[in-house]
Design a binder for this molecule. Structure first.
Ligand SMILES: [Zn+2]
Length: 264
């Protein structure tokens, strides 16, 4: 079975360039510096799963010409990871008119369902606002266990994001931990042995960031995880693509929008 991950977006909450064409330290002439908000698609021949739907989701999804998703996973409910959720309505109206399954942890659903209640329960106009999403909450016993949607297997696990608890996902030999401040032993156990690790590195050289990991944290975790390739994500306008390529140790690289990775 051929399975691949597509990085739909690898930018931090502002994206690069930020609004007002704010490129920061990033070279505007380098195409890989143009970053939408973080999102990942995992695609087999039969199944498509999307992790997060940020504000750039519609254009990212169209750019990659993806098929309608079979499920949407959320890492957490910060706006840069979910404020494109309204675009999922189109899959309902143009597709089977069945609610699309959405997976997340309890804290994430609490936020999503209070902010976007009409998508899950329907709005005051049944014709225009039927329930288009079906919440499938991960219970405590679901974390660390393998689940399957269509022909794609995955393992959800908890990731500390400082201000909230995120869900990380392992798909075969690829793991995705966005957003991430710290990993506990349970998460490290699940990550151990992956070939590819995509990690939030928004703090990069910053010390004492309350919600994001920096490169020193990631290098320490990598000593346990030992992935063949580590891709940094949640990249800010301070993180120029070519500078990162020069600075990072062997086996590490910045992600870029449109990056495709084969999953074993
Ligand atoms: Zn976040």
């Amino acid at each position: 079975m051929s399975l691949k991950a597509v990085v739909l977006g690898c930018g931090n909450s502002s994206g690069v360039p930020g609004i007002g064409n704010h490129w920061g330290h990033c070279d505007p002439k380098e195409p890989k510096n143009r970053r939408g908000r973080s999102s990942l698609a995992v695609v087999s021949q039969a199944t498509t799963i999307v992790v997060d739907t940020g504000p750039d989701f519609r254009e990212q999804f169209n750019r990659e010409n993806l098929s309608s998703p079979d499920a949407v996973f959320y890492s957490h409910a910060h706006g840069d990871h979910c404020h494109g959720i309204d675009d999922l309505r189109s899959f309902y109206f143009r597709g089977s008119q069945k609610p699309l399954p959405v997976y997340a942890n309890a804290q994430t659903f609490e936020d999503l369902q209070s902010r976007f209640r009409y998508l899950f329960e329907g709005g005051n106009n049944e014709f225009f606002y039927p329930p288009v999403l079906e919440a499938r909450e991960f219970k405590d016993s679901d974390f660390g266990k393998e689940h399957r949607i269509g022909d794609i297997s995955f393992v959800p696990f908890l990731v500390d994001h400082g201000s909230c608890v995120c869900t990380g996902y392992r798909f075969g030999d690829l793991a995705y931990t966005v957003d991430m401040k710290a990993l506990d032993d349970q998460a490290l156990d699940i990550l151990k042995g992956v070939k590819t690790w995509i990690a939030d590195a928004a703090a990069y050289t910053m010390q004492n960031n309350a919600v994001h990991a920096n490169i020193e944290d990631i290098i320490v975790y990598h000593k346990t995880i030992k992935a063949d390739a580590v891709y940094l994500s949640s990249l800010t306008s301070l993180m120029d693509y070519q500078s990162l390529i020069r600075e990072l140790p062997e086996g590490f690289a910045p992600a870029y929008d449109g990056l495709q990775i084969e999953i074993g």
